[in-house]
Design a protein around this ligand. Structure first.
Ligand code: NAD
Length: 380
């Protein structure tokens, strides 16, 4: 079975779906790997390193994809200019981030093209699948980088300094949403010496926040919304108001704010209002990691930096691509582990939809949209 790794075409994308180490693992498992020339260049992997790892390097995407039974990507394939879906033969297994709930046209096209599409977003968040969890691996990168961006834009130090030129008090960070990205943001801000406060609507998170040396914001009102599978659900309007009061009481002291709050399948909740921005010190920095799903902060513009009431609001798009070496290494590990679920000992591929990872993560197969939630979203 031939596995193809085309070059990512999304502007600003520097990651690759499979690093040379991953090639070795797949070749050992009995698969043949073909990488498009230059696919790893932006993440530090040369064509020669892929060859040394056991891959063949094809000069074009078309040649890499020709005869491939499995295609590995980071970003969803484009529908036109170039038609990356059309470049795959019927029956091909595609493994990629696909954002299937946000990309109905892509899902329909994958189904009608006879592609078996496995969506990395739909890998269940169960203990057994942790090493295949690309949402977590890439959120780790985003949480770390968000704090570095904030520190770079902040006209102050974050750590405390005791110098002959005076003592400088440590900066304050507020992290809203303490899932995978939020916890990594807390850890990074702590490593940079900031005093950190955090809040999340899942009470289970309090202990994790505190174990990282940050303070969990407490309220006498109940502001909790634990959903299924470790995710949050939407707060009631009354609880949302209580949460806004809690945040307003803390945000005016923050030098940097990292917002990461997301609710699967919905717009991100608004956590920082325009009025709150007026209470913050000019020059303070907000990095809104939810920018691409509507933003947690009033005024956020996805992919842009704006200044509102003197506060710098960054809405970075695709932060994992800015640390491509390790983001690709982690993603590649997620993918090779996932392929372990479909590749047998002799390198033969068996799709078992009863498998508790492959079943839920498969979006399309045999001309049908197989994932129930995605199918329902297409009908609504
Ligand atoms: P996410 O990106 O969907 O959301 C980020 C965070 O925002 C979550 O912690 C959520 O509770 C929080 N949030 C939502 N609404 C909020 C609001 N109004 N105010 C404040 N915070 C709000 O989530 P994620 O980081 O991808 O994952 C969340 C959790 O899922 C993890 O922390 C973990 O507990 C669980 N998880 C489990 C596994 C596993 O067992 N394999 C893997 C990954 C994640």
């Amino acid at each position: 079975m031939k596995v193809a790794v085309p070059k990512e075409l999304r502007p600003g994308e520097h990651r690759v779906a499979l690093v040379p180490q991953g090639v070795k693992a797949l070749v050992k498992a009995g698969l043949e790997v073909v990488v498009e020339s230059g696919a790893g260049a932006a993440s530090g992997a040369s064509d020669d390193e892929y060859r040394e790892a056991g891959a063949t390097v094809a000069p074009t995407a078309a040649e890499a994809l020709s005869g491939a039974g499995i295609v590995l990507r980071v970003n969803p394939p484009s529908l036109s200019d170039p038609d990356e879906v059309g470049a795959m033969a019927s029956g091909t297994i595609l493994v990629s981030f696909l954002s299937p709930l946000a990309n109905p046209e892509l899902v329909r096209r994958l189904a009608s093209s006879g592609i078996t599409a496995i969506s990395m977003e739909l890998v269940p968040r169960i203990t057994r699948a942790q090493s295949m969890d690309a949402l977590s691996s890439q959120a780790t990168v985003a949480g770390y980088k968000a704090v570095l961006l904030a520190a770079e834009h902040l006209p102050r130090f974050l750590p405390m300094f005791t110098t002959a030129a005076g003592t400088i008090r440590p900066g304050k960070a507020l992290v809203l949403g303490a899932g995978v990205a939020g916890l990594q943001a807390i850890a990074t801000a702590r490593r940079l010496g900031a005093v950190v406060e955090a809040f999340d609507v899942r009470p289970a998170v309090k202990e994790q926040v505190e174990s990282l040396g940050a303070k969990f914001l407490e309220t006498e009102h109940e502001v909790t919304a634990e959903g299924e599978g470790g995710y949050a659900k939407e707060l009631s309007e009354e609880q949302h108001q209580k949460e806004l009061e809690l945040i307003a009481g803390a945000i005016h002291q923050a030098d940097i704010v990292i917002t990461t709050a997301q609710i699967p399948g919905r717009d991100a909740p608004l956590l920082v209002t325009d009025e709150m921005l007026t209470t913050m010190r000019p020059g303070s920095v907000i990095v809104d990691l939810a920018a691409e799903s509507g933003g947690n902060c009033a005024g956020t513009k996805a992919g842009e930096t704006v200044i509102v009431h003197g506060v710098q609001i960054l809405g970075p798009a695709n932060l994992p691509a800015t640390i491509p070496v390790h983001a690709s290494q982690m993603y590649s590990k997620n993918i090779t582990t996932l392929l372990g679920e479909v590749v047998g000992e002799e390198g033969q591929v068996t799709l078992d939809f009863e498998n508790d990872v492959v079943g839920p993560a498969t979006v399309t197969h045999g001309g049908e949209v197989t994932n129930e939630r995605v199918r329902a979203s297409l009908q609504s």
